[in-house]
Design a protein around this ligand. Structure first.
Ligand code: ADP
Ligand code: MG
Length: 344
């Protein structure tokens, strides 16, 4: 092929590339209910839907072993996949774990990784049912697939948000991103002066958010008990703004979120200010919090209005009004999605 026909991947972006891949394929089995495009694939197995999600973590791209303990990495690799099952309002039941590793790793290192995998299997009640192990020329690559299930009338796609629905988010945002900034800074300090010990006490909360994220499976169980089916749902892996764009696009709606309603921890805000960053940048665009972003119908609000860990951040509007952040002063400003783009 001549260079004139060459399309750079970074021109397409991650989502553009996925769209191009998806375009190539058409459905061959009726059991394939929903293929590429949501947090998990949806397979009709008769009485319920089976959910399948897969995610890859690559050394040097997603984690740095100089500050990422292997047992935490094992936990995180499982949690981020369970989170995608949770984002469909499903319950994860099985995982497979595949590794590509170099001879740089000892058995003890891999065992530590699997201690983390096991802790996550216990925490989320999932079974490790297989995987693959292969050699890698240098770095560590981890691929996890999670399998789950959901009742057909309880599935939550990205596409079901309706005008007037309430936009909800669990937990607090931006912490994992600020935790990463701290870890990267301490790494640089250490590289310049190996006698310096990292100072992490003050940042315990946000560093924990980066190293030990939890899948919000607890919320899925709570919604089930409360008999609430979210009209749409997605997990926050790339940042709130990016996930809001997905909901708006898939549901064909507009969204207003209110700046003064966005949940964040004091530790996140203080650290952002210390790094001379606008805390809103971390809250809106910082990834990897793995909280759930979802919409509920107004009729369900009474059941959750006093929930300590669900925050009501805005409303669904007609598509024509777009996606906006309503500032504390009441001015709507169009919300751009920055998120993570691994190809830029
Ligand atoms: P998430 O952040 O929730 O894990 P992604 O943005 O990674 O979701 O993926 C979005 C959708 O694209 C998912 O349905 C995923 O399975 C699909 N996808 C991503 N990469 C590929 C690929 N290389 N081939 C086919 N499908 C893909
Ligand atoms: Mg997801």
């Amino acid at each position: 092929m001549s260079d004139q026909n060459r399309t750079e991947i970074n021109k397409l972006g991650e989502f553009g590339l996925i769209d191009k891949i998806a375009e190539k394929f058409s459905k061959q089995n009726n059991s394939t209910k929903y293929a590429i495009g949501d947090d998990a694939a949806v397979i009709d197995v008769g009485d319920y839907y089976q959910l399948v999600s897969t995610d890859m973590l690559v050394e040097g791209v997603h984690f740095d072993l100089s500050y990422f303990p292997l047992h935490h990495l094992g936990f995180k690799a499982v949690a981020v996949n369970v989170s995608d099952i949770a984002a469909m309002n499903g319950i994860a039941e099985q995982i497979t774990v595949s590794l590509a590793l170099s001879n740089r790793f000892s058995f003890e290192a891999i065992d530590a990784f699997y201690e983390g995998v096991k802790a996550a299997c216990d925490a989320y009640k999932v079974d490790l049912v297989g995987g693959d192990t292969t050699a890698s020329p240098s770095g560590l690559m981890i691929s996890v697939t999670a399998i789950g299930k959901v009742d057909k009338d309880k599935i939550a796609y990205r596409s079901g948000a309706k005008v007037n629905d309430i936009v909800c988010v669990t937990g607090d945002l931006g912490g994992a991103y600020m935790g990463l900034q701290v870890l990267e800074r301490e790494k640089q300090v250490f590289l310049e002066n190996p006698d310096m010990q990292p100072q992490l006490d003050k940042y315990q909360y946000i560093v924990g958010r980066q190293l030990k994220p939890e899948a919000r499976m607890d919320l899925v169980h709570e919604l089930l008990d409360l008999k609430i089916v979210p009209t749409s749902m997605i997990d926050i892996s790339d940042g709130l703004a990016s996930e809001l764009h997905h909901i708006a696009k898939h549901s064909d709606v507009g969204i207003n979120v209110h700046e003064d309603k966005l949940p964040f921890a004091t530790n996140t805000q203080e650290t952002a200010l210390e790094f001379k960053l606008d805390p809103n940048t971390a809250i809106l665009n910082g990834g990897e919090d793995y909280e759930l972003l979802f919409t509920i119908s107004q009729d369900d609000f009474e059941k959750v209005k006093n929930h300590p860990d669900i925050h009501f951040i805005g409303y669904i509007n007609e598509k024509s009004s777009g996606l906006n952040l309503v500032t504390t002063k009441g001015n709507p400003i169009p919300l751009k999605a920055q998120g993570w783009d691994h190809f830029s």
